[in-house]
Design a protein around this ligand. Structure first.
Ligand code: KIV
Length: 274
């Protein structure tokens, strides 16, 4: 890989992301799992790279994210960090690496951050604010993740839209508030009605919500790279747009995604389910 080319922008920091959010500029995030795609995503101007445990399906061929281990996440974070030069890197804590105790979560976060992640992401509400508080107090920037939380796919009964009824929506709002109060700087909101995601952002104006299948009312958007390039095999969620069909190359497709999120033409507000 040629590292000699000058980066096209200054490194994206948490401060810079917060400035963008305060100004109403939409934040872009895409997954990447290796150095080559991390470089392409960064060069196309994506603000944040998520080294997601979706690599369990897309790289490792599993049927869910559940089998992914912390060592495997550390390996992929290292690969991404070698390719990336300026994007903010979020590393996913995999299933079983943070549920035991706050101390276990801290040790796992240290492993991802020493591999080069700038922020860690963990799934779930209810029991997680105490862990988020513990981590943020100790200098770990945290991205929470509510709605459809793929590590709990078996408990949730499949990849279903969350927060559909009033009680479910209220639970999501109350979990989001506790996580924001605990110090979560960012929160992925996956597969929920756009009105619920919008309410979460309004309730917690200082926290950056990043939607996936959650409409337009969030501070930013994330997609799985393989999905938006339409190279994922099997059924794709309805909210995914085929940016590869619109662009002539991977680079162009990613740039189109960035532009579409920034100008508000993606996502389609009416599509928030699978
Ligand atoms: O692992 C992942 O790619 C994710 C996204 C779906 C948000 O968590």
């Amino acid at each position: 890989m040629n590292n000699a080319v000058e980066p096209i922008r200054k490194p994206v920091t948490l401060h810079r992301l917060r400035e963008m959010h305060a100004k109403g500029e939409k934040i872009t995030m895409l997954t990447a799992y290796d150095a080559t795609f991390a470089r392409l995503v960064d060069e196309a101007g994506v603000d944040c790279i998520l080294v997601g445990d979706s690599l369990g399906m897309l790289v490792q061929g599993h049927t869910s994210t559940v089998p992914v281990t912390l060592d495997e996440m550390v390996y992929h974070v290292r690969c991404v960090v070698r390719g990336n030069r300026t994007a903010w890197v979020v590393g996913d804590l995999p299933f079983g690496s943070y549920q035991d105790s706050r101390e276990q979560a801290m040790r796992s976060s240290v492993a991802l951050m020493q591999a080069g992640a700038h922020m860690i992401k963990l799934e779930g509400g209810g029991w997680t604010p105490e862990t988020v508080h513990f981590l943020t107090e100790r200098g770990v920037p945290v991205c929470a993740h509510l709605g459809l939380t793929p590590q709990s796919v078996h408990a949730l009964g499949g990849y279903r839209i969350q927060g559909r009824d009033q009680a479910g929506a209220q639970t999501l709002r109350s979990h989001a508030k506790s996580l924001a109060d605990a110090g979560a700087a960012m929160m992925v909101l996956e597969l929920m009605p756009s009105a619920v995601a919008r309410d979460v952002q309004t309730d917690n104006p200082g926290m950056m919500t990043i939607g996936i299948g959650a409409g337009q009312g969030t501070a930013g958007q994330v997609l799985v790279l393989h999905d938006m390039l339409h190279v994922t095999r099997g059924k794709l969620p309805r909210f995914v747009r085929n940016f590869m069909a619109e662009g002539g190359s991977v680079e162009d497709a990613i740039r189109r995604y960035v532009n579409a999120v920034k100008d508000g033409s993606f996502p389609d507000e009416s599509i928030h389910g699978y």
